[in-house]
Design a protein around this ligand. Structure first.
Ligand code: NDP
Ligand code: MG
Length: 405
């Protein structure tokens, strides 16, 4: 079988084409989160084209049962054994099979009936489910960018070996994936990832030192889970996306650029050798990239908000300020170095964001903490998965040595 990886899809062959008339059967890892709930809205609006066959949650088990009552999946998984043990499962509708922990995830994603696994858990903890799905040869619709930041080369190699695909849900990567279909792979000069700039786009460094949790959680254009919302405020989200693009599209860091576009309508662009720039536009609504990853290579009508050209609107672009947003520089560095750098940056950032949300770290400490942990780790250019998992744990421990005072 010819290996299929995401970077080849737009140009040559396409992921396993699911052309049968039966509903596409979907497992949603992280069904109770922002992406998970949007995925269920896409399923609901699909007029039976998609079936939510498996749902997972960590602590929101009541919500998981409500989703089960509405979508009648065959399987639900509670990823936390502790939460599961103290939960009254009698509210789960009859006929739904429940399982627990990582074993439950593996059981779900290996079910022959599942066509696509939506990887929408937050954090590097999402790697294991994504990995299990790819090992089982499933198409993965990937929101969990941390998976690729941590272990991009290994994940993409596994997908290629299994002859399956990683299809992006992240809006910028979906836009690049769509725009790339306008030309040949070798004719791509660079990709340009757009960034909203977050709530502190105009803040001075002094103002950034005073940022509260409440301010950081108020994103101007996107409604997302708390971790990625803080990442957007520091622009670490864009740093992670640079690394994500590096591995997903197999592009060197010097072919990846970032531009600030506060309206979040142009989701990213591809510049070809002749100077043509192809962009994908739509209102900021994750239901569109989610649906495209699920319907690919087809396009279907869907519930995502549509652009209305009858009203006036502006599309502004400006270069990012690497001085006020040093996370971006880290993203480019990590995309250049590869190896263990992504796993360390990602884990340090997850722990630093958790520290900020708990009041242990100031907002403007998040990026310096990540830089310090990154600089102090023992770099290896060709790590295996086990090494990356160990470094993830190490980086988290390192961050706990920092505090506001
Ligand atoms: P949320 O915080 O809203 O949801 C996270 C989901 O992961 C929930 O279902 C949660 O379960 C589950 N979860 C949390 N911790 C664990 C754990 N330890 N083990 C297993 N499952 C766990 O996040 P988002 O939906 O915002 O983001 C999900 C991913 O998608 C992230 O990687 C993010 O970067 C990416 N993404 C998100 C976008 C967005 O618009 N939200 C846009 C682009 C990418 P429970 O509810 O039970 O705690
Ligand atoms: Mg994004």
């Amino acid at each position: 079988m010819t290996p299929v990886s995401c970077q080849q899809i737009p140009f040559e062959c396409g992921a396993k084409r699911m052309t049968s008339s039966r509903a596409r059967s979907i497992a949603i890892l992280g069904a109770t989160g922002s992406i998970g709930r949007s995925t269920l809205e896409v399923v609901e609006a699909s007029q039976g084209r998609f079936k939510a066959a498996g749902l997972t949650a960590n602590s929101s088990l009541k919500q998981l049962c409500e989703q089960a009552a509405r979508f009648a999946p065959k399987w639900v998984v509670a990823t936390s054994p502790q939460e599961s043990a103290s939960f009254d499962w009698s509210v789960l509708p009859e006929g739904v099979e429940v399982s627990v922990g990582q074993e439950g995830i593996e059981r779900l994603v290996t079910q022959p009936e599942i066509d696509v696994v939506v990887s929408a858990v937050v954090g590097s903890v999402g790697l294991r489910g994504t990995w299990a799905a790819l090992e089982a040869g499933k198409t993965v619709a990937l929101a969990n960018k941390e998976t690729l930041v941590m272990a991009g080369p290994l994940v993409m190699r596994l997908a290629a070996e299994r002859g399956t695909a990683v299809l992006p849900i992240d809006s910028e990567h979906s836009a690049v994936f769509q725009a790339m279909q306008a030309g040949r792979r070798n004719d791509v000069k660079r990709i340009i990832l757009t960034a909203s700039g977050g709530p502190f786009r105009r803040y001075t460094s002094q103002q950034m030192a005073q940022v509260t949790v409440e301010q950081a959680l108020a994103h101007p254009t996107w409604d997302m889970g708390p971790k990625i919302t803080v990442d957007s405020a520091t622009m670490m989200n864009k740093a992670l996306e640079i690394v994500e693009a590096r591995w997903l599209f197999d592009l060197p860091a010097d072919q990846i650029d970032v531009v600030v576009h506060p309206q979040s309508i142009v989701h990213s662009m591809v510049e070809f050798l002749d100077g043509s720039v192809v962009a994908q536009l739509s209102p900021p609504d994750m239901k569109l990239p989610i649906q495209y990853a699920l319907s690919y290579p087809e396009r279907w009508p869907g519930p995502a908000e549509k652009l209305d050209f009858r009203g006036c609107f502006h599309l502004d672009f400006e270069p990012p300020d690497l001085g006020r947003f040093p996370a971006l520089g880290l993203g480019f560095e990590v995309a250049r170095s590869g190896g263990t750098a992504g796993a360390v940056l990602n884990a340090a950032n997850e722990a630093a964001v958790a520290g900020f949300l708990d009041g242990r770290l100031a907002f403007n400490q998040i990026v310096p903490v990540c830089r310090s942990v990154l600089q102090h780790h023992e770099f290896d250019a060709n790590p295996d998965l086990e090494q990356l998992i160990q470094l993830d744990n190490w980086a988290r421990r390192e961050v706990t040595r920092w505090s506001c005072s």
